[in-house]
Design a protein around this ligand. Structure first.
Ligand code: PGA
Length: 250
């Protein structure tokens, strides 16, 4: 049995007042979301606050550098995140791949650095609209997945995968539960074939891309969808709680 997870990616949104409100609301909601790993991913500047206030959830960084330390102005190391008590790190989000030169090689280095310090990467993969239209979705997802995991040895549970079709991110156009399930099952089959049955069985695969309070329950009811990576709807506290409850009801 895989424990469901719902992660809220604020991106470059929110400030300390919003962080306080979110922490209080999630902590008050603890009893009804106890069966879910709820993860809050604020901007780096608010990670310490979110982490310090955490009772019913864990925190995640939206990015990290793979080097241990050094002359990398503006960057944060895995050791620094660990020092704060942060447990998860988003790696390979499509916005970082597109806008901040997170190539497959950089993503693989980040995954390895995060796992080396026993934090858990939430590895984001997913195809563009053009790739889907060209029938390349499976191939793209497999390549991103195996490339990102090439430098690590997995036994199961060290990494969370988030399938985020780029055409569904921030567009209001959610993949249908059937479309998402098809790719999730494929990702699990690739993990089984290329790594091991145990890793395939233990790896949580989240769906991301316009998950909302209205669509979460049906998406999460799919066999290979173990929760969600939520962007826009994680900025609406009531909606985010509804999405966490949908995962708790599985
Ligand atoms: P969205 O973002 O829910 O706003 O589509 C998801 C993500 O980018 O992780």
């Amino acid at each position: 049995m895989r424990k469901p997870m719902v992660a809220g990616n604020w991106k470059m949104n929110g400030a300390s007042e919003f962080a306080s409100l979110m922490s209080t609301q999630l902590n008050q909601h603890a009893a009804s979301i106890g069966s879910v790993d709820v993860v809050v991913c604020p901007p780096t500047l608010y990670l310490a606050q979110v982490q310090n206030d955490a009772i019913s959830y864990a925190s995640a960084a939206q990015n990290v550098h793979f080097e241990e330390a050094g002359a990398y102005t503006g960057e944060t190391s895995v050791a620094m995140l660990k020092d704060l008590g942060v447990e998860y790190v988003l790696v390979g989000h499509s916005e970082r791949r597109e806008m901040f030169a997170d190539t497959d090689a950089v993503v693989a280095n980040k995954v390895a650095a995060v796992i080396a310090r026993s934090l858990v990467p939430i590895l984001c993969i997913g195809e563009s609209l053009e790739q889907r239209r060209n029938g390349e979705a499976f191939e793209v997802v497999k390549k991103q997945l195996l490339s990102a995991l090439q430098a690590v040895t997995l036994k199961g549970g060290e990494v969370v995968v988030a399938y985020e079709p780029i055409w569904a991110i921030g567009t209001g156009e959610t993949a249908t539960p059937e479309q998402a399930q098809e790719i999730h099952a494929y990702i699990r089959s690739v993990l089984a074939a290329e790594i091991s049955a145990q890793v395939a069985e233990k790896t949580r695969i989240l769906y991301g891309g316009s998950v909302s309070a209205a669509t979460a329950a049906e998406l999460f009811s799919q066999q290979d969808i173990d929760g969600g990576l939520v962007g826009g709807a994680s900025l609406k506290i009531a909606d985010f709680k509804t999405i966490c409850s949908a995962a708790a009801d599985l």
